[in-house]
Design a protein around this ligand. Structure first.
Ligand code: AMP
Ligand code: GLY
Length: 416
């Protein structure tokens, strides 16, 4: 198949790695990609969030499937334009992508669908926000309403910080003040063709910068899959009470969701609750879900894009476990220092079970340099979490990036 993958992060690198692992040879083009992706497939410098440019490129190059990695092209309507021109695309249109792009929209859909989520109040003025902050009480949860690149959510016991966060984001639009939900977090990805869903295996993401879940929220500092502590029947429960009602509600509203429904869940004492939906594969969870996938990814994504998931068997996964640890630049998440040289990746790749998904890398005068906050996702598989963890951390020790930071406790709780 001729496949165009839009995006430039470790998630896209992991998607491409899974496509390249299939028995069939695909012709893969990535736009814009990064240095790691460019070492494996053709990359093309085009703006992945420009609907006209992407569609013209896809038509001229006889692309049979477009896989949209990040949220920006979805919210910009790239999938709509491709679909109008008859190109199979894995990723929802602009309207359905509001499930991620607007927390107010997501809350309304959950309300209509009867999906369990935290109570929330939308505030358009600081006075409204303060009233909601005091009414929900500590710990305070304040979220920017629109896309905020992982920076929009503050969970804190510091009321002044909650009020300041609300004030900042109200300046950009509006905020949601939410009930604090206490429990383990789970990311579950479901493929949707607009009507039917197929689950991938759950993963857990580590959102905070530092060990023991300290420090600021980030885009994600590591992940592992599967989750051995999940109750039996968990995935079926999420399908029945969350994913299918959501997909059916969106279809009934003439905004079918075709793509990856990312359910961000918290297992509270009162039951499973949605904290957020995303309209795309999660990063870094993709880096631990896809290496374990046995069923060919291209077939699954093409079937979803073509409305043909109904009656298909659930994707198969290997018994191996997977762990990923993100290497971030000094200063991440506030002000990452970029341009520093990365060495040692070849040594890391020589370790059995290790792959390295590039996130923000480029070649500069023959050197591999960091170009952003999250630089690499080191991925290791193993027969158990102890093995996968030791491989991942051995690989990280081999890689050198001045000032680079990573958590040392990813998957520790399941390895003990
Ligand atoms: P979000 O971007 O909505 O996923 O939020 C980022 C992170 O903030 C989540 O992964 C949780 O760790 C935390 N969070 C968000 N909403 C809540 C909530 N209502 N209660 C507790 N933690 C939350
Ligand atoms: N890992 C969280 C996200 O992709 O949004």
């Amino acid at each position: 198949m001729r496949i165009l993958v839009l995006g430039s992060g470790a998630r896209e690198h992991a998607i491409i790695t899974a496509l390249l692992r299939e028995d069939v040879d695909h012709e893969i083009i990535a736009a814009p990609g990064n240095a790691g992706i460019a070492a494996e497939v053709q990359v093309i410098a085009l703006d992945p969030a420009n609907p006209a440019v992407v569609t013209e490129f896809a038509l001229e190059n006889d692309i049979e499937l477009v896989i949209i990695g990040p949220e920006a092209p979805l919210v910009a309507g790239v999938a709509d334009r491709l679909r109008q021109r008859g190109i199979a695309v894995f990723g929802p249109g602009k309207a359905a992508a509001q499930l991620e792009g607007s927390k107010t929209f997501a809350k309304r859909i959950m309300d209509v669908a009867g999906v369990p989520t935290g109570r929330a109040t939308r505030a358009g003025t600081l006075d409204e926000a303060i009233a909601a902050i005091d009414s929900f009480g500590s710990p305070y949860v304040v979220k920017a309403d629109g896309l905020a690149a992982g920076k929009g959510v503050l969970v804190t016991t510091d009321r002044d910080a909650a009020v300041a966060h609300a004030g900042y984001w109200i300046g950009q639009g509006s905020v949601l003040v939410e009930e604090f939900l206490d429990g383990q977090e789970v990311s579950l990805f479901l493929l949707s063709d607009g009507h039917n869903v197929l689950p991938l295996e759950p993963a857990q993401d580590y959102k905070r910068l530092s060990d023991n879940d300290e420090g600021p929220n980030t885009g994600g500092m590591g992940a592992y899959s599967p989750l051995p502590w999940l109750p039996a029947g968990f995935v079926d429960e999420v399908i029945d009470t969350i994913a299918l009602p959501t997909v059916r509600t969106l279809a009934a509203e003439q905004t079918p969701f075709i793509g990856l429904l990312y359910c961000g869940l918290i297992l509270t004492a009162a039951g499973t609750r949605v904290i957020e939906f995303n309209a795309r594969f999660g990063d870094p969870e993709t880096q631990v879900v896809l290496p374990r996938l046995i069923t060919p990814l291209s077939g699954l994504l093409f079937a979803a894009a073509s409305g043909e998931l109904g009656g298909m068997p659930r994707p198969q996964f290997s018994d191996d476990v997977a762990v990923t640890v993100v290497l971030a630049s000094e200063g991440y998440p506030e002000t990452p220092i970029t341009g520093r040289i990365i060495t040692g990746i070849d040594t890391a790749l020589a370790i059995h079970g290790v792959t390295v998904a590039h996130a923000a890398t480029a070649l500069s005068g023959g050197d591999l340099v960091a170009t952003g906050g999250r630089v690499l996702s080191v991925v290791a598989t193993g027969s158990d979490f102890g093995e996968a963890r030791s491989r991942a951390y051995l690989a990280l020790e081999a890689i050198d990036l001045e000032g680079g930071q990573y958590r040392t406790d990813i998957a520790q709780r399941v390895a003990e």
